[in-house]
Design a protein. Structure first.
Length: 338
């Protein structure tokens, strides 16, 4: 993990130097000195290291998909006990290998990730074979509960991301049973968005204590999921303002965006610009829909001027995008001056 992070940081820093040189923030002599201080670019050994790990995780994912697809394709030709015992044997073998060889090795952590996927397939087989009558969200909730100890034991970001995906699906399916489809219900979207935002904060706090949470991929995925759900909830609230609960979704989005910006700016001297960029995109999308609703209802209520409405919206979007880009680039210049 350390080599991969150093590689990404080296590539990102060289890209940043080129941008600063292009913008005139650094002169030629300073740019050359900074490039030499960064050290050499990724070499052949580092590329081989990356490809080895990429092939490992790709192979594990294909093994999981192959096991599940094999049972689904041969469902009529395999007996009930063959399906169940075969899947149980695969789960036990993966867990036993991880416990026997040690969880600190990357290959064994990948085996534990495979066991978590196969566990979901086993639970689906049990539900399909015996028809217990349980809802789908209960299956995913049980899957997340049984896999949680493995996530703690595996101590790898990929295992935690898999567990988070299962928990999100369980929460979304549960929201379907409480109301309508969760993509059309602002309360369900708000619930899932706040859940992912809480997981993002927990990931950031855990990064200071456990090395498996030190990367940027997990937090960025959580922020993307949280902002997607909260932004859709706020947009649904703008469209359906007749609902007495529309203000909750808008308040949840506003508080989450403000907390996200404040947390990233206070967390370190150099905040994650990808997280802030996603926040800016969310702000542009939600504010545009709200502006459209307000203008079409109160400004152009008695006038048939759609062209003027769309022109004002285009100007507003361009202004917001320009302001967001200026803000992000200002942070880059501040980092260069520091």
């Amino acid at each position: 993990m350390g080599d991969w992070r150093r590689w990404r940081e080296t590539v990102a820093e060289r890209t940043q130097l080129r941008e600063w040189r292009r913008d005139g923030a650094l002169d030629a002599a300073a740019a050359i000195a900074a490039r030499e201080a960064l050290g050499p670019a990724p070499d052949t050994a580092l590329w081989r290291w990356f490809l080895d790990r990429f092939a490992l995780w790709l192979g594990i994912a294909l093994c999981a998909a192959g096991a599940i697809c094999f049972i689904a394709a041969n469902w009529e030709h395999l007996g009930k006990f063959t399906r169940l015992y075969g899947m149980q044997a695969l789960v036990i073998a993966a867990v036993a290998a991880a416990a026997r060889l040690g969880l600190a090795r990357l290959g064994i952590q990948a085996a534990l990730w495979l066991a978590m996927v196969l566990l979901g397939g086993l639970l689906a087989l049990i539900g399909q074979t015996y028809q217990t009558g349980a809802d789908t969200w209960e299956l995913f909730t049980l899957w997340a509960a049984l896999a949680l100890p493995w996530a703690f034991a595996g101590r790898h970001a990929a295992i935690w991301l898999l567990w988070i995906a299962v928990a999100n699906i369980a929460l979304g399916l549960w929201a379907d049973t409480m109301g309508g489809p969760w993509l059309d219900d602002e309360n369900s979207l708000m619930l899932i968005g706040l859940f992912d935002f809480a997981l993002f904060l927990g990931w950031r706090f855990a990064a200071g204590r456990w090395p498996e949470f030190g990367g940027d991929g997990g937090p960025r995925l959580l922020v993307a999921a949280a902002l997607f759900c909260l932004s859709l909830a706020a947009i649904d609230a703008a469209i359906g303002q007749h609902s007495p609960r529309f203000g909750y979704a808008l308040c949840a989005w506003l508080v989450s965006v403000a907390a996200l910006i404040a947390f990233e700016l206070r967390r370190s001297r150099v905040p994650d610009r990808a997280v802030l960029a996603m926040t800016v995109i969310s702000m542009i999308g939600v504010s545009t829909v709200w502006l459209f609703q307000l203008m079409s209802r109160y400004v152009f209520e008695r006038h048939d001027e759609p062209a003027a409405l769309w022109l004002l919206l285009a100007v507003a979007v361009l202004g917001e995008a320009t302001a967001g880009a200026w803000w992000l680039r200002r942070m880059d210049r501040r980092e260069a001056d520091a």
